[in-house]
Ligand binder design. Structure first.
Ligand code: ZN
Length: 504
């Protein structure tokens, strides 16, 4: 490598590291806002976050940064760079191009619009007034369609939006996978509903001491191999995981006095995200490689721990004793009943309260609507009606108002169109990984039963976590499982699990 290129590469990497330091500050402020900074501090704090975000945006869209990318992408130069630096250049170039395609003036207009739309959405949801929200959502959709034209696409306009959350994913790939999953899930759900068999979900309702809930959450995170010296557990209204830096992957949960399952499974879910972050090769710290490969892949890790491990019989055979010790009301409840309770299937209106089986149907409703909105096949004004129809077709229930229907999610108000599919992708990926784990570690269920989760955690780290964002999600999936996206494993897993639980 010539010294000239060496010095460009090193300036480029130090710009990125500077950006990472800004990000660390911003994300720490954000974490603080969501976990208990004084209410009155919020408005000034938002301004601070805004100033830092502006600096970050400026840094990565500056002519100097563009010049670095141009030089380092030169085919004659690229071959002399290390594989990791080439990957970093490719990732940054992708983002740089994307940012530059939208004229600054349109981008600013969009930022103002979504700030307003967010506030209106809150009010509309509270009063169940879709008419109030409609003109704003119409503008958001119109602007996203305009952005799609700037970004460009090969087959379906929605691909241009999907790509932002799940690089390489397209409608052509998703449609057959999702349609199969949807039809099979609807079939299974109908068999469950028609069977008349019910599981004792009400066992999870009662009075649960919050300090004991916290104790249980901490114990389970420790069992999973979560490193408390490189993270912490706090409480927030909506549970989340955030990575402040490579050695600070934080988790939050929410302890509900009358529902023991909420904090429990939120902790396992967010803990799954955190294990991914804690498992990334430490040498990637300060670069864009020190992150998950995509939202879908991240979600595969959280769902794996929450559902495939955390709702398995073996998990509770190992850990139910702790529940009984902390919550004496379970003393006479056998583990088999508790296991049934945490797996109750019940069609419900609200996505974030949905069970493991019906959750994906909520995503199908949103995916199909988003796709048609972006292609222009449906209008925003038709949404409440379309929502009700799809809920009836897939879940067999219809919301009585728009607050529990089309208005329930924040995503569209902030312009996050194309995000929802990553939740179900996470479930599909996780079942593919589980299938592979079963092949390579046939004894893994017995390990869980013995209370040893560390072998599984190691497997995930070795196969997935340590690579961070050094590979595209599709490459990780095919490297680990030998296959591309395939919903068969999720469908098989769901059928096997719920047919047994419901005696079908
Ligand atoms: Zn998640």
């Amino acid at each position: 490598m010539t010294t000239d290129i060496e010095s460009i590469a090193s300036s480029f990497l130090s710009e990125l590291s500077r950006w990472e330091h800004f990000r660390e500050v911003r994300d720490l402020l954000d974490w603080d806002m969501r976990t208990g900074s004084p209410r009155k501090a919020a408005s000034l704090r938002s301004e601070t976050v805004g100033v830092i975000s502006d600096e970050m945006f400026r840094l990565k869209t500056s002519p100097r940064f563009g010049e670095y990318l141009l030089r380092l992408q030169d085919p004659g130069v690229a071959s002399s760079l290390s594989k990791d630096v080439r990957r970093i250049v490719a990732l940054e170039a992708r983002e740089y191009e994307r940012n530059r395609k939208i004229p600054q003036e349109r981008y600013q207009k969009f930022a103002v619009l979504v700030a307003k739309a967010g506030a209106i959405w809150e009010e509309a949801k509270e009063t169940s007034n879709f008419a109030l929200y409609r003109p704003y959502l119409e503008q958001v959709v119109a602007m996203k369609r305009e952005f799609v034209d700037y970004f460009g696409y090969r087959e379906h306009p929605y691909d241009a939006l999907l790509d932002e959350y799940e690089p390489g994913m397209t409608v052509a790939k998703l449609d057959p996978v999702f349609a199969y999953l949807r039809d099979e899930t609807v079939k299974l759900l109908q068999s469950i509903v028609n069977s008349g068999c019910t599981l004792p979900g009400d066992l999870l309702v009662g009075d649960f001491d919050k300090a004991s809930q916290r104790e249980l959450s901490v114990q389970l995170l420790e069992q999973m191999g979560y490193d408390f010296e490189a993270g912490r557990l706090d409480e927030s209204i909506h549970p989340f995981q955030t990575t402040i830096n490579r050695f600070d992957a934080r988790v939050t949960t929410n302890f509900r006095a009358h529902h023991i399952d909420f904090a429990l499974f939120s902790t396992l879910h967010e803990g799954g995200h955190a294990l991914y972050e804690q498992g990334i090769n430490p040498e990637f710290a300060g670069t864009p490689l020190s992150a998950g490969a995509s939202l879908g892949l991240h979600e595969s890790q959280s769902r794996f721990w929450e559902n495939m491990i955390g709702r398995s019989m073996e998990f509770w055979q190992a850990y139910y004793g702790r529940v009984q010790t902390l919550f004496p009301q379970f003393r006479d409840v056998p583990v088999s009943e508790f296991h049934k309770a945490v797996n109750e299937v019940k069609p419900s209106l609200i996505r974030i309260e949905a069970d493991e089986l019906t959750y994906n149907l909520h995503i199908m409703v949103r995916y199909e609507i988003e796709k048609s909105l972006v292609s222009g096949d449906i209008k925003v004004s038709d949404l409440p009606e379309i929502w009700r129809e799809k809920m009836k077709d897939y879940l067999g229930i219809v919301p009585g108002d728009d607050a529990t229907g089309v208005l329930q999610d924040v995503h569209w108000s902030d312009g996050s169109i194309g995000y929802f599919p990553t939740y179900t992708l996470g479930n599909v990926y996780s079942a593919q990984f589980r299938h592979q784990l079963q092949k390579e570690m046939p004894d893994y269920l017995n390990e869980i039963k013995r209370g040893n989760l560390l072998g599984i955690r190691e497997w995930l780290k070795e196969k997935i976590h340590r690579f961070g964002n050094s590979e595209d999600p599709v490459d990780i999936l095919t490297r680990v499982t030998g296959e591309e996206l395939n919903a068969k494993y999720l469908v098989d897993y769901l059928n096997e699990k719920f047919r047994e639980l419901y005696n079908l």
